[in-house]
Design a protein around this ligand. Structure first.
Ligand code: PHE
Length: 458
């Protein structure tokens, strides 16, 4: 048996390994699938500005907050709060993280399954010579076929479970060290191609020109939720990575790199989607299918379209799976630690099985709610899939992040926090000085105001 200390040093022996894992968790479908469709539904440019402000005010400090909780406690989201406070009064927050992870996994695996399907369709030349209307039909036929959709999602669950079962995160990280830069280069090429399409300037205006009259409390809440979702904040994934952080690694620098990379990928996704949306006459507020309708059309305009579409959707699957790994890890670590002192403890393998089973039930409900037989899974015109998406990002993650900020600001040792955050260089010392006031006052108050306002309670 390895001791806790040995486990920590062996899990992430390199600084870059941890950055890659955290970036792998952050960069995923949230950036490439969710960001464009939420931005499209919420006014484009106006949303972008609010989103960037949220990343600055909430994103960076809250990422640091989670790293700090993990690093100081050396525990996952299950044991961290208890270890730092020496009592179990904060245990509800661990449970809330676990519930959030399960709800997100329910729809995230379905969308990962869609990506798998698109790789297969690209390989089979299914998009060749089609027009935008046919891409919409293609997507609709995928979503109306519950069995097929479920099979692809199961594949994604299995793949993630295998990675966690054999504990091969390290291999995945090494792989993503090569694949993530490739994804970035690929997206830059696509953005370049899209900008040459006719009417692309309308899309650029839509994405970059802010019409401030479009900013409503709901738009601000959606931007904050998207910021949390995209950076994997507010469900404990980053706490777990913080626990594995080598002692000398700097929290601020690591968080900054993750934030910059994640935001870059989201903005690039917008730069590809919106000019293409207007060039092909698609509605920017089309909803969750937006990128799946627009992207194949973009590839049809590119040279080597067959190869580019396979490569891109393949890379998207990798980006999605590095995120599902961190999502499932939260639940697996939770279960292992929660049952450790029980009569029948669940070891890592058993936990992977139990979590996979729970996730499959959630996936089945999501799939069903998208098909014609799932009308009973609709509430107020939105189905289970839409609800899982909205509730996790706009309610659960803000509530958890709110509590985590208060936890670090008011209940953790302030001297240790100051030393940990403000160490190394001068600029970090200065920035570190504003960290505590931010998490003590500004962030909780701002989350509360946006939350209550967005839900129409204020
Ligand atoms: N941040 C991931 C993405 O953008 C999603 C995610 C959320 C992953 C929460 C882990 C935890 O796709």
């Amino acid at each position: 048996m390895k001791t806790e200390e040995e486990k920590q040093t062996s899990s992430f022996s390199s600084r870059i390994g941890l950055i890659m894992a955290a970036a792998g968790s952050a960069v995923g479908l949230g950036n490439i699938w969710k960001f464009p469709y939420i931005a499209g539904e919420n006014g484009g440019g106006a949303f972008l500005i609010i989103y960037l402000i949220c990343v600055l005010i909430f994103g960076l400090p809250l990422l640091m907050t989670e790293f700090l909780i993990g690093k100081q406690s050396g525990k996952s989201a299950f044991g961290a709060f208890r270890a730092l406070r020496n009592n179990s009064r904060w245990q509800w927050l661990s449970w809330s993280c676990m519930v959030t992870a399960v709800i997100i996994m329910g729809f995230y695996f379905v969308v990962t399954g869609w990506c798998f399907h698109y790789v297969v369709a690209a390989v089979a030349h299914s998009f060749k010579g089609l027009d935008t209307g046919s891409f919409t039909e293609h997507f609709n036929s995928l979503v109306s076929n519950g069995g097929g959709m479920f099979a692809y999602a199961v594949l994604a669950v299995l793949l993630t479970a295998v990675v966690l079962w054999f504990d091969v995160n390290k291999g995945i990280e090494r792989l993503s060290k090569i694949l993530m830069p490739l994804l970035l280069v690929m997206m830059m090429l696509m953005a370049g191609r899209v900008l040459m399409l006719p009417d692309s300037n309308i899309g650029m205006k839509f994405f970059f020109q802010a019409d401030f009259s479009k900013i409503t409390p709901e738009v601000v809440l959606a931007a904050m939720g998207q910021c949390f979702f995209s950076l994997s904040i507010g469900m404990g994934a980053i706490i777990t990575y913080g626990a594995y952080m080598p002692k000398r690694q700097n929290i601020m620098a690591t968080s900054l790199q993750v934030v910059v990379l994640d935001t870059l990928v989201a903005v690039l996704a917008g730069l590809i989607i919106f000019p293409a949306v207007f060039a092909f006459g698609v509605d920017p507020a089309e909803g969750p299918e937006l990128v799946f309708v627009v992207l194949p059309a973009v590839f049809e305009q590119m040279s080597f379209s067959w190869f580019s579409s396979i490569l891109f959707f393949g890379l998207l699957c990798v980006a999605a799976v590095t995120s599902t790994i961190s999502l499932m890890e939260v639940a697996v670590a939770f279960l292992t630690e929660a049952t450790a002192t029980r009569k029948h403890p669940l070891n890592r393998h058993k936990s992977v099985l139990v979590v996979s089973a729970i996730v499959l039930v959630m996936v089945a409900l999501n799939v069903l709610s998208l098909t014609d037989n799932g009308s009973w899974l609709c509430l107020h015109g939105d189905n289970f899939f839409d609800w899982s998406d909205t509730i996790s990002a706009n309610i659960l993650m803000p509530v958890n992040a709110f509590a985590m900020a208060l936890f670090v600001g008011w209940f953790m040792n302030k001297t240790e926090t100051r030393q940990e955050i403000g160490k190394k260089s001068n600029w970090q010392y200065r920035l570190g000085a504003v960290f505590l006031p931010l998490v003590r006052f500004l962030i909780p108050l701002a989350i509360l105001a946006i939350f209550l306002n967005g839900l129409g309670i204020l």
